[in-house]
Design a protein around this ligand. Structure first.
Ligand code: NAD
Length: 368
C-alpha cells in the first residue's frame, strides 16, 4: 500500500528545510536586523547537569545568540566556565550580585536552569533587571507560580520562553502537522511514555518535593502531555490518573510511576505513563486511517519516526540551539514566542489535574 508520505530521503531533505526555517534568515524580515547583526548575549543561571552538558555546548550551533555570561553560586564553576568559554569577568555573577546584571548591556537574555521551584524567583529577578527570560521546563511547580512569572515578565516588558526544545524539532513539528491537518484522518488514540530508571538520592529531583514539585510527571511526563496536545491540536477536557509506588521508602512526597488519560474534545484519548523505575521514550498516534509515531521520541540525541510500516528516518537536530535561536529572533523581530509562558502554564494546569485525579480517583473535568 502506498502512503502519501515522503521517502526517508525526502523526509530528511524536508527536515533540513524545516530546520533552516526554524532559524529564519534575517533577510526574510524587512524590519529585522541584517545578517551582520550581533548575536544576542545569553547568561546561563544554574550551572548543573543540563546547563553544563547540553545548553553550553549547544551555543556552538546557534546563529542568533551566544553564551555571554553565567550566574552561579559556585566560585569553582565560575573559574572553569570562564576559561572554557572565554567569559569576561564582568559577565560572571553569583546569586547575591545577580541583580546588577541590569547594568550589563552585553547580556540580553537570562536562561534559568535551576531546580523547578526556583524558576519563579530567578526569572522574576531577571525580568526586573530588564532581561528577556528563558525558563526551563517544568515552568514552575504550580499554576499560581507560573502566572506570577508571566506577570513579572509582562510588567517588565520582556519576553519569556519555556525550554520546550522539542517544539523546535522537525519530527515533533511533523507530528503536529500529521494530526492537525488530519493527513490520516482524525486522531483517535495516543499512547505515550517517557520514563527512566535511576533514582539518585543525591539529587533534589528525587529527594525534595518542595524543589521538584512532584516526581517523573513534572520531570519527563510533561513531554507526553505536550506531545498529545500538539498531536491533536486540542486542549484536554478531562483527565483520569493512577499513581503507583513499589519502593515506599524512596521518592518522598512524589510518585514513582504515574499513568494518566486525557480526553480531547475531538474524540481522541491519550494514554500516558511516566516513571522513575522503568525505561521508555515514545509517542504513537493512532488515527482513523493510519498510525504513526516517534521512537525514541523525547531525548536529545537521535530521534526516529515511522508512519504505519514506513520509516520516517532518523535524525539528530540541535534542539537547544534551534530553541534559543528562535527566541533570539522573537526578540529581535518582536514576534510571538511559540513555547510561551502561557504554554508552560497550560501544562502545569494539566499536571495539577493529573495529580488531583490520581489522589482522588475521580475524573477531573477541565473548564474549556
Ligand atoms: P541540576 O541539579 O544538575 O542543576 C541545578 C543547578 O541549580 C545546579 O547548578 C545547582 O547548583 C543550582 N542551584 C541553585 N540553587 C539551588 C538550590 N537551592 N538547590 C539546588 N540547586 C540549586 O539539575 P538539572 O538536571 O540541570 O535541571 C535543572 C532544570 O533544567 C530543571 O528545571 C530541569 O527540569 C530542567 N531540565 C530540562 C531539560 C530539557 O531537556 N529541557 C533537561 C534536563 C533538565
Amino acid at each position: 500500500m502506498n502512503y502519501p508520505y515522503p521517502t526517508r530521503r525526502e523526509f530528511i531533505r524536508k527536515s533540513a528545510q524545516t530546520a533552516a526555517l526554524l532559524a529564519l534568515p534575517n533577510f526574510l524580515y524587512s524590519a529585522g536586523p541584517t545578517h551582520e547583526s550581533p548575536k544576542l548575549g545569553v547568561a546561563l543561571l544554574g550551572l548543573g547537569n543540563y546547563a553544563t552538558n547540553q545548553l553550553a555546548p549547544s551555543f556552538a550551533h546557534t546563529r542568533h545568540c551566544r553564551l555571554a555570561g553565567i550566574v552561579t553560586g559556585s566560585p569553582e564553576k565560575a573559574d572553569s566556565w570562564k576559561k572554557r568559554y572565554q567569559i569576561p569577568d564582568n559577565n560572571i555573577y553569583d546569586y547575591d550580585n545577580f541583580d546588577s546584571i541590569k547594568d550589563n548591556p552585553d547580556i540580553d537574555v537570562v536562561y534559568v536552569v535551576t531546580p523547578n521551584a526556583l524558576h519563579l524567583p530567578f526569572a522574576a529577578r531577571a525580568a526586573r533587571a530588564g532581561k528577556h527570560v528563558i525558563c526551563e521546563k517544568p515552568m514552575e511547580i504550580s499554576v499560581g507560580r507560573c502566572r506570577q512569572m508571566i506577570e513579572a515578565c509582562e510588567k517588565a516588558g520582556v519576553k519569556l520562553q519555556i525550554g520546550y526544545r522539542l517544539q523546535y524539532d522537525p519530527f515533533h513539528q511533523e507530528l503536529k502537522r500529521l494530526g492537525t491537518e488530519q493527513i490520516y484522518g482524525k486522531v483517535k488514540v495516543i499512547h505515550s511514555a517517557f520514563s527512566f530508571y535511576g533514582i539518585n538520592s543525591d539529587n533534589w529531583r528525587f529527594t525534595d518535593p518542595k524543589l521538584s514539585g512532584g516526581g517523573p510527571l513534572m520531570d519527563v511526563g510533561i513531554y507526553c502531555i505536550q506531545g498529545a496536545r500538539y498531536a491533536t491540536g486540542e486542549e484536554p477536557m478531562a483527565i483520569t490518573a493512577q499513581g503507583y509506588k513499589s519502593i515506599p521508602e524512596k521518592l518522598p512526597g512524589m510518585e514513582e510511576t504515574i499513568c494518566w488519560q486525557m480526553e480531547f474534545p475531538g474524540g481522541a484519548v491519550a494514554n500516558c505513563t511516566s516513571s522513575y523505575v522503568a525505561h521508555d521514550n515514545h509517542i504513537r498516534v493512532s488515527a482513523e486511517k493510519g498510525a504513526y509515531g516517534l521512537y525514541p521520541a523525547f531525548t536529545y540525541g537521535t530521534l526516529a519516526g515511522y508512519v504505519n510500516d514506513q520509516s520516517m528516518g532518523e535524525h539528530s537536530h540541535h534542539q537547544q540551539a534551534a530553541q534559543m535561536d528562535a527566541f533570539a529572533l522573537n526578540i529581535t523581530q518582536d514576534t510571538p514566542v511559540v513555547a510561551s509562558g502561557e504554554e508552560g502554564m497550560r501544562d502545569m494546569k494539566y499536571i495539577e489535574a493529573i495529580y488531583e485525579a490520581a489522589r482522588t480517583g475521580e475524573r477531573v473535568e477541565l473548564p474549556g
